[in-house]
Design a protein around this ligand. Sequence first.
Ligand code: ADQ
Length: 463
Amino acid sequence: MARRSLVVVANRLPVDEVVQSDGSIGWARSPGGLVSALHPVLRDRRSTWIGWAGGLDSTPYVPDSDGIRMRAVPLSEADYENYYEGYANSTLWPLYHDAVQTPAFHRRWWEAYVRVNRRFAQVTADYAEPDAMVWVQDYHLQLVPAMLRELRPDLRIGFFMHIPFPPTELFMQLPRRAELLRGILGADLVGFQTAAGADNFVRLVARLLGAQVDGRTVEIDGRTVRTDAFPISIDVGEMEDLGRNPDVIMRAKRLRADLGDPERVILGVDRLDYTKGIAHRLKAFRELLVDGYIKVQDTVMVQVAVPSRERVEQYKVLRDKVEREVGRINGEFSRVGVPAVHYLNQSFDRFELTALYLTADVMAVTPLRDGMNLVAKEYIAARVDNGGALMLSEFTGAAAELPESYLVNPHDLDGLKGTLMRALEAAPAENRARMRAMRKHVRSHDVRSWARSYLKALGQPPR
Ligand code: ADQ
């Protein structure tokens, strides 16, 4: 039998509009993320990617990219506000991340979410070849699997949740909870980042819908839905190549010199998001300066925070809070020409990001909740020298795979301070042993093996 064609459905197409040197508009593959994960598997077969192209109120024609067909789904200004900024990022995102910010519920957001999910399902139904495999991505599109099954029962449908799946008590707050759950259950295979996420889901389905559950398999409406954990990863080869690249190594040396050649550099790299625990990390750093455990002359912190969801109120509040705290620390502790915290509210390319990773003696990854956290894995892969140390929040998906990191509860300020000091002061041999063990794990769990194992499971006939 010919290989089934593959359709990926995600909120965003993996290309960005760019103005070319002659002034005309073109499209370039977006850096990093899902597209590098899926690129090899998409290239190997007939495949289509369905998603929003980025502009509002128009449907641009997006040309094929590396042999992958691109199909744009239009969003209006109202869709963007109510479906994307509203329901996806102000209801679901905070709720699924342990409600670390209070989720807001508005009926017009839900209506927009249903409307946009239906549009995605319709475009997919129109373009998917007979018997294709369709892989729906993430929390923006949880209603698509069931909507699509109704339109196209011939398709094999998969769903993958990139963010945590919350415990029953939290999910039960959602006004339209049963509908949302039934949406996901339209899939044949539902993937999560961690075993805990899959278990939360199965428990909820049994409780809320009274479905029959056998281990991680759900029987509902005469169909079988399988669920499992598929921890996502990164392009390890790419990060290792960059970590070995003499120009990157040179750049890292330069960066260190520019930082005033401190003995120790602590690095944070995050999207500027309230789930990432940036303020907690800064507070711990400040208290260590106040207590005199560290001195600005020998220890500096670099915090890279790429702007994100800037029109959403909670993100504006966070930005102000983080910037105030950075200002406060620098006001109190910087010397002329030597800031205590270097704060970079910018996006960097992979080259510069890897140079930063090579500069970091301790990489501080302290989210309050995170589906996986790719930054932690990128740091490990880049450290081909087995140098550096990773401080990692217990509440990331990555923590389940990386017991050799310095695990920490970011809510426990004293724990955060103590762990940071342990990582900074450990014997180099101990940190090298930890890094070697983590590198071994990451090398054998590459993003390609993630995509292949998911698609293999999806391709297996239902029981
Ligand atoms: P994110 O919440 O975006 O992803 P993360 O997994 O850390 O979080 O990925 C961030 C990506 O952005 C990394 O590849 C990183 O290199 C890049 N990045 C960060 N700061 C940058 C900067 N200043 N410049 C350029 N690039 C930068 C969501 C979930 C995660 C899950 C991923 C994948 O929230 O839990 O790991 O999806 O499933």
